[in-house]
Design a protein around this ligand. Structure first.
Ligand code: AMP
Length: 431
């Protein structure tokens, strides 16, 4: 199948060519025809599958007909970064259509958004909170909306946005086309689908992409040796752009600083940064000024940087879904990627849960030459233990094994324990 099968008008076909897309991705193959036919569609697909173009192309094709300068398509997304990316995709794909897209989100001045709205936009890509501010103030007119897209509905739910999404749905006409995308289908999202979609067609792209295009490995290590191991791993590995995940904002900041001090071009992306600094980090990472971005899950939501060769989980994610979401940042659009996870003995069961979802065993690796026996520095105990218990995935008990955190009893090295010191059941290594 090629894009010509969709009978896109020449201006949109030019947009597709300009972006270098040759073959439609599976979600595009399945979703574009019914969306173009006007049906409501529920897309079970994660970021990285090409889902943005799957809804953007049919929307642009539809909007080319009819009046200009009124909001006829509304896309609701959970984070500013994702909203920006979707907005950018509309701009890139629709460059020749002269349709106007604007992005609306909080954390930035409202002035430019008001100006853009007054100037007339055809497509609005928005985060729920700021969009509702505009609705309440009467500064946006949603009465002409023909297509509503709810993107990453499961994240919207995770972030507590579902009530806002329902308010938004009430602010748009009942007579409309509705598209909803979600990587997973928790009950609340299923409920939303029943409420807001009409006779929807379900299009499902399984969690297969991470297995097929991403190779996975875990590096067992004691908590206090995570940063030294990460540093050595980065030195020893040939990488493109690297995205590193930590479990807390503070750890993202700290790890980025440690890597910078070790001579890497690294920066951080986490929720405590101002919008300007977040944008600068993202732009710098995309442009290659920074080779390494250390981020939290929420801040990194939807990051769309095609050259990410490695995703490294500095901390094991909280849920198997979060693991899939994180590694969805690499191995995108038919490229291959690598996912490394630094795991402590506490993560043993979480690793097994991930293996179950992936349907494969993840290779345990040790880094040759790395001193797994090193004691933690006397001063800095910061990383001598995990930041907080993992929720959402079953975990081993007892939750904490003092042997792993105590400086006087450093972790056994690979010479003694080839798997890095613990077995899959999370049991303490035998002396
Ligand atoms: P998305 O899942 O929408 O975030 O898309 C993931 C990445 O794949 C983005 O960088 C898109 O520009 C890219 N992409 C989308 N569709 C295609 C395609 N048919 N061929 C190549 N790359 C694509």
């Amino acid at each position: 199948m090629t894009f010509s099968n969709f009978n896109l008008n020449p201006r949109l076909a030019a947009g597709v060519t300009a972006l270098g897309y040759q073959t439609p991705t599976p979600i595009q193959q399945q979703a574009i025809p019914p969306i173009m036919a006007g049906r409501d569609v529920m897309g079970l697909a994660q970021t990285g599958t090409g889902k943005t173009a799957a809804f953007a192309l049919p929307i642009l094709q539809r909007l080319e007909q009819g009046p200009r300068g009124r909001v006829r398509a509304l896309i609701v997304a959970p984070t500013r970064e994702l909203a920006e990316q979707i907005h950018q995709a509309f701009n890139d794909l629709g460059r020749q259509t002269r349709l106007r897209s604007i992005a609306i989100y909080g954390g930035v001045g409202i002035g430019p958004q008001l100006q853009a709205l007054r100037a007339g936009a055809d497509i609005v890509v928005a985060c729920p909170g700021r969009l509702l501010d505009h609705v309440r103030q009467g500064t946006i007119n949603l009465t002409q909306v023909e297509v509503l897209v709810i993107d990453e509905a499961d994240r919207m739910f995770d972030m507590g946005f579902l009530p806002d999404v329902r308010r938004i749905v009430r602010a748009v006409p009942e007579q409309r086309q509705t598209l909803l995308f979600s990587a997973t289908m928790p009950d609340d999202v299923r409920g939303l689908v029943r409420e807001v979609l009409r006779d929807p067609l379900t299009v499902q792209i399984g969690h297969s992409a991470p297995v097929e295009t991403v190779s996975h490995a875990v590096y067992p290590v004691a908590p206090h040796l995570k940063t030294p191991l990460l540093t050595e791993l980065l030195r020893a590995t040939d990488t493109g752009s690297v995205l590193i995940f930590t479990r807390t904002k503070h750890r993202a900041k700290k790890v980025a600083q440690q890597l910078e001090r070790a001579g890497f071009r690294a920066t951080e992306l986490q929720g405590n940064l101002s919008q300007n600094r977040r944008q600068a980090a993202l732009d710098g990472f995309r442009a290659g000024t920074y080779r390494i971005l250390v981020a939290t899950d929420i801040a990194a939501r939807g990051i769309d940087v095609l050259s990410i060769s490695h995703v490294i989980n500095y901390d094991m994610p909280d849920t198997t879904d979060a693991y899939t979401h994180r590694i969805g940042r690499t191995g995108r659009a038919e490229q291959t990627g690598t996912a490394y996870t630094l795991v402590t003995p506490e993560d043993a069961i979480a690793v097994r849960d991930v293996e179950r979802v992936l349907g494969q065993k993840i290779e345990r690796r040790t880094l040759p030459g790395f001193d797994y026996r090193a004691a933690p520095p006397a001063q800095d105990r910061e990383f001598a233990r995990d930041p907080r218990p993992i929720q959402g995935m079953r975990r081993s008990t007892p939750a904490r094994d003092s042997q792993w955190a105590a400086p006087a009893q450093p972790m056994r090295g690979p010479r003694n324990a080839p798997t890095g010191g613990y077995d899959r059941t999370g049991a303490r290594p035998r002396p």
